[in-house]
Design a protein around this ligand. Structure first.
Ligand code: MN
Length: 445
């Protein structure tokens, strides 16, 4: 078996009465969670993306007749909807049975055979997504960024002249640094960071705008259930502590990063901005797209505490990912963003359950709404690189764009768009939407 249990909410023969849902990134087999508001003065409200609409869970939780359908655990689904309406973290803390109960209720209320009364009630809770503002999907508590792509680690080493050897610890555990949640956001317009860096051929640093601004194609893992301080999570329990996933762009100031990083790790090179996609695709929605975990003989097998039956059966996830770039010139000439690389999450050396376990193994407590970045996602071939430092070989081989422009690193005015899609024969295609951000000129301190 290559996936956890499928259920009626994955049925490929179930269209929605909401026409825009069918064939979109957000069919009723997806149902990702996020936060929206109609006015800047309003509080964020929890919503679910369906087609080109956002379903207002605050509104729905106050009108619970739609939860009465046969097959719905009405008591648990009602509790889950009310928790989500309060704060998505309250739903996260209720655990997988509650997540499932609400998913079934939403699925049946949006399925084509829902009663006219239900369609009317649910319809009155829909907002066109282009009429609302989207925030981060949840109030993020803490943020950790992993480093789990062998190909990224190898490619960056080669690009910066360190050779192809990857540090030995990489093969034994998922490694990470603790980042900051304060500079996470969606649709970020970020200023090019100022900082210290040593120019090529120089020995002393200068202070100024970053000269080597990069993006990193990553996925975000959203912690669901808390673990108590001092209580590690086992591989058998790990996925019940994960609510879902999104897209993440770990903007990186390479010149600042490489000067500051030894011996304590990333700091100013990373902490100025990290962009998230607005929606959390639940682990349950990803069930049809799971893959077995296998470790080839060239690398050590995981130690027992990072191994397990569920991991071997379906630890991986098949997510097609892409990076697109739109320069200021392309935007002014009405040209769409150009895809510059394409890869898949399945290439990561470590799986999401192993990252969560490693984070907690010493007793570190994770909380609902914490974000774990997966690290840059690069595949085996050069075209599958998840950062421009790899694509353009640390500036030595700038990439050529269809507009006639070239890029060694990012320029002011560049917008970077990450996308993710899951497709498989016999399943309905689901998407993650977009993770978008745009570079503005630096502000001198
Ligand atoms: Mn990163």
């Amino acid at each position: 078996m290559t996936h956890p249990a499928l259920n009626l909410t994955h049925d490929p023969q179930s269209p929605s009465w909401l026409a825009s849902a069918n064939g979109s990134d957000f069919p009723i087999q997806n149902l990702p969670y996020g936060r929206f508001r109609s006015q800047p003065s309003e509080a964020w409200r929890c919503g679910v993306a369906v087609g080109d609409q956002v379903l207002d869970l605050v509104h729905l939780a106050s009108q619970p007749q739609w939860l009465q359908a046969p097959g719905v655990n009405t008591a648990l689904a009602t509790r889950a909807a009310q928790a989500a309406a309060q704060d998505l973290r309250d739903l996260m803390r209720l655990g997988p049975d509650a997540w499932h109960a609400l998913r079934v209720a939403l699925f049946l209320a949006l399925r084509s055979d829902a009663s006219a009364a239900v369609q009317h009630e649910v319809g009155s809770a829909l907002h066109a997504v282009n009429t609302v503002a989207l925030g981060t999907a949840v109030q993020v508590g803490e943020y950790t960024d992993f480093y789990t792509s062998y190909y990224h680690a190898r490619n960056v080493g080669i690009a910066v002249g360190r050779g192809s050897d990857v540090a030995p610890n990489f093969f034994w555990m998922p490694i990470a640094y603790h980042g900051r949640a304060s500079s996470l956001g969606v649709n970020q317009a970020l200023h090019r960071p100022m900082g210290q860096a040593v120019a090529p051929g120089q020995t002393q640093p200068v202070y100024g705008p970053c000269q080597r601004l990069d993006y990193e194609l990553e996925m975000a893992i959203y912690v669901g259930q808390d673990n108590a301080w001092g209580q590690p999570v086992s591989m058998a329990q790990a996925e019940s502590h994960i609510f879902g996933m999104g897209l993440l762009n770990d903007w990186s100031a390479r010149d600042i990063q490489f000067w500051e990083m030894a011996p304590l790790g990333p700091f100013q090179g990373k902490n100025f901005a990290t962009s998230l996609s607005p929606w959390i695709v639940t682990l349950e929605a990803l069930a049809p797209f799971r893959l077995p975990f296998a470790r080839d003989a060239a690398h050590p097998q995981p130690l027992a505490y990072l191994d397990g039956e569920a991991l071997r059966g379906h630890g991986g996830i098949d997510v097609n990912l892409s990076v697109s770039l739109q320069t200021a010139q392309m935007r002014s000439q009405g040209q769409a963003a150009q895809e510059i690389s394409r890869t898949n999450f399945k290439h990561q050396h470590w799986c999401v359950s192993q990252m969560l376990v490693q984070h907690t193994v010493g007793g570190c407590n994770l909380h609902a709404g914490d974000v774990l970045g997966t690290g840059t996602i690069s595949g085996p071939t050069p075209e599958e690189a998840g950062a421009i430092i790899e694509l353009a070989q640390a500036g030595q081989k700038p990439i050529a764009l269809a507009s006639g422009e070239t890029r060694a690193f990012l320029s002011d005015g560049d917008a970077v768009v990450l996308r993710g899609v899951c497709e498989r024969a016999g399943a309905v295609r689901i998407g993650f939407g977009e993770c978008r951000g745009e570079v503005l000129p630096s502000i001198a301190a």
